[in-house]
Design a protein around this ligand. Structure first.
Ligand code: TYC
Length: 101
């Protein structure tokens, strides 16, 4: 049997889209102590002291601040875990998530 050479009529479509990332957002409130917010940011999101302070103060002044971006499931797990850390101490501390544009 001889080799049969064929020419594809269309280019293979190999476009693969990256999964969109989701933002974790820290929401300000009037009750959670600043130092506790910083502690949670360091423990859950591995922020350094200085960055944790900057994120906390931005949320305090502007109402909310993006903490970090992750794949959807990671963002949701971390937001829930960080919110629960506040809840365990009786604080209304809240982390939410939303898809990145
Ligand atoms: N506003 C709080 C206070 O004055 C501190 C705080 C900052 C709470 C950021 C939540 O996301 C927050 N004690």
């Amino acid at each position: 049997m001889g080799d049969v050479k064929t020419t594809p009529r269309t280019k293979p479509q190999l476009k693969v889209e990256r999964p969109r990332l989701h933002k974790v957002i820290l929401v300000n409130d009037d009750y959670t102590p600043r130092e506790f917010v910083v502690t949670v940011l360091k423990a859950e999101f591995r922020l350094a002291e200085e960055q944790a302070n900057r994120v906390m103060m931005t949320a305090h002044r502007r109402g909310a601040c993006v903490v970090a971006v992750f794949p959807k499931d990671v963002a949701e797990t971390k937001a829930t875990s960080a919110t629960d850390a506040g809840r365990r101490q009786g604080y209304p501390l809240l982390f939410t998530t939303e898809p990145e544009e």
